[in-house]
Design a protein around this ligand. Structure first.
Ligand code: SAM
Length: 310
């Protein structure tokens, strides 16, 4: 019975691309343009109510700046030159939590248009190998332009079905980290109220049920496939869905099929958890975290499985 979030105004989040600049320089640049920096937010309450040119550093994630809802940066010099990435706070969680070290080998399984890929590369300081796959050639070509602009050099893009990537191919023998952000219903994306009637909404929900079933089957296949890479230690799974079918139910089925992996308890202070019993996972929503609706889980190979991570 989860309803799609409607008509809620979220702050504008801006991730500083540390492959091109640093957060201090971006803050100074914006101050020179008349923006007013209010310091580090102490909590989510400081992120709402930002007005005009006021902005803060996010309370939870590094290199993330927060502005009022109405600020747009699409024509801004810093955006056009890849110094900043316009990315919702919740969508910054997967790469931040996976946190691959510089020099590591990493897979971004369903990567386009590449915001999380560029975040991973920034965390890796462009050192190591970042294999990024996507099935959609058009999205991949947009991604290629965006990644060039963001200064990535450690990536290798492939227009390939992740489910057909051979985990035992020698090329991936050092892959210890995988980010999996597969296609989902998108039900967490905040949209404006469209004025549709309750009847139309019920019909849409009935169609949605069968769509959700096939999406969650696909998501589970991708997740199980990710866990087959022989050296993989950590896999982050995320969706921008609010539906249990695509989130906790996928996680539960995956754990059942892969007893050599367990869930990592993520960010103990984060205000919204996965639904019981999967409270190790995170949820995000307009009301509790001032973001789009989102879900993140992190799987870790059990100690007796293979070598330790990092
Ligand atoms: N991670 C991306 C980002 O942060 O910019 C967003 C990914 S989007 C939610 C899901 C992507 O999965 C789409 O671009 C879609 O084309 C791709 N996709 C769907 N099925 C796939 C498959 N079997 N193998 C690889 N990519 C797939």
């Amino acid at each position: 019975n989860v309803r799609k979030p409607e008509g809620i105004l979220l702050p504008r989040y801006v991730r500083v691309n540390t492959l091109k600049t640093n957060v201090e320089d971006v803050i100074d640049y914006l101050k020179r343009e008349g923006f007013s920096y209010q310091g580090h937010a102490n909590g989510i309450q400081d992120l709402s109510g930002l007005r005009g040119k006021a902005f803060v550093s996010d309370s939870d994630l590094p290199n993330l700046l927060v502005f009022s809802t109405k600020k747009t940066f699409h024509d801004h010099y810093l955006y056009k030159n890849g110094h900043i990435i316009l990315q919702d706070k919740a969508s910054c969680l997967p790469a931040f939590l996976l946190n691959p070290p510089a020099g590591s080998h990493v897979i971004d399984a369903c990567a386009a248009p590449g915001n999380k890929t560029s975040h991973l590369a920034a965390l890796m300081s462009n050192k190591g190998k970042l294999f990024a796959f996507d099935l959609d050639a058009k999205r991949l070509s947009t991604m290629s332009t965006l990644l060039l602009r963001a200064g990535l050099t450690c990536h290798q893009l492939a227009n390939q079905d992740f489910l057909k990537v051979d985990p035992h191919n020698a090329e991936y023998k050092e892959v210890k980290h995988i980010l999996l952000d597969p296609s989902c219903s998108g039900s967490g994306m905040v949209c404006l109220r469209d004025g549709s009637s309750e009847l139309a909404e019920e019909q849409a929900q009935a169609q949605e049920a069968s769509r959700l079933q096939s999406l969650s089957a696909f998501q589970l296949r991708c997740l199980t496939h990710a866990l087959q890479f022989p050296q993989v230690q950590r896999v982050v799974y995320s969706t921008c869905s609010i539906h249990t079918e695509e989130n906790e139910q996928v996680v539960a089925a995956c754990l059942q099929q892969n007893p050599n992996f367990r869930l990592v308890h993520l960010l103990p202070d984060w205000p919204e958890r996965g639904l019981s019993p999967h409270t190790e996972c995170l949820r995000a929503s307009p009301t509790k975290t001032l973001t789009h609706g989102f879900f993140v889980a992190m799987f870790e190979r059990q100690a007796n499985g293979s070598q330790a991570v990092n």
